[in-house]
Design a protein around this ligand. Structure first.
Ligand SMILES: [Fe+2]
Ligand SMILES: [Fe+2]
Length: 211
């Protein structure tokens, strides 16, 4: 890999951040899993589905920032390729949830730049702690995301199959990301750290539903 000067690094990171929050980041070859036809939703159901999908979209903005922050500081020699693939799959999630928000006639969270900045800092910190901890951090994040997706699958209107198909595929991907991180040598995190992570994601999930 070419050695990047601090200015190159800064430009690369700023480019990533802007693409994630405002633009179209690079995605994989996979199609959007929402293949069902659009279902009839009442106004209340549509608002509920859009709120949940907005939270999921913000979660993916954070995921992207975590991976980028971590890539900046971690060594990750033996898992770099799989981590890069995982980061690109998070971009698929970002694109699919954004598309669904548009279909529901809604919008992305206005607070996304804040989620990005905060998560980037956390990712960079985790990366600096060493690969064992930073991979453990990825695995724990993914486990928490899976629990949260289950919760959303229970709350989504039953007939909103398109949103469900997206979340089901995301769940499968997140489980795979967690496995990759653990197989790459990730350590289980101490319970207080897990609790802190859960508390922080609660702030995000609650506010992104509305804002
Ligand atoms: Fe994701
Ligand atoms: Fe993931």
């Amino acid at each position: 890999m070419r050695h990047l000067s601090p200015i190159d690094q800064f430009i690369t990171q700023a480019d990533h951040a802007l693409r994630t929050v405002l633009g179209r980041p690079r995605i994989t070859e996979r199609p959007n899993p929402a293949s069902a036809s659009e279902s009839k939703l009442s106004d209340t159901e549509r608002t509920q589905a859009a709120g949940l999908m907005r939270v999921n979209h913000s979660g993916e903005v954070s995921a992207q920032a975590l991976y980028q922050g971590q890539a900046l500081t971690a060594r990750l020699e033996n898992v770099r390729a799989s981590m890069e693939r995982a980061a690109m799959e998070e971009n698929d999630h970002l694109a699919w949830t954004e598309q669904r928000l548009n279909e529901l006639g809604s919008r992305k969270s206005l607070l996304n730049p804040i989620w990005y900045a905060g998560s980037f800092a956390i990712g960079a910190f985790a990366g600096a702690m060493g690969d064992r901890w930073s991979l453990g951090f990825v695995a724990e994040t993914e486990h928490q995301v899976i629990r949260h997706l289950d919760d959303h699958l229970a709350k989504l209107p039953n007939q909103d199959i398109r949103s469900r198909q997206i979340l089901e595929q995301m769940k499968e991907d997140e489980a795979h990301h967690a496995t990759v991180a653990l197989e790459g040598g990730g350590s289980p995190l101490p319970t207080p750290v897990k609790k802190l992570m859960a508390a922080m994601s609660k702030v995000m999930t609650t506010s992104a539903y509305y804002i």
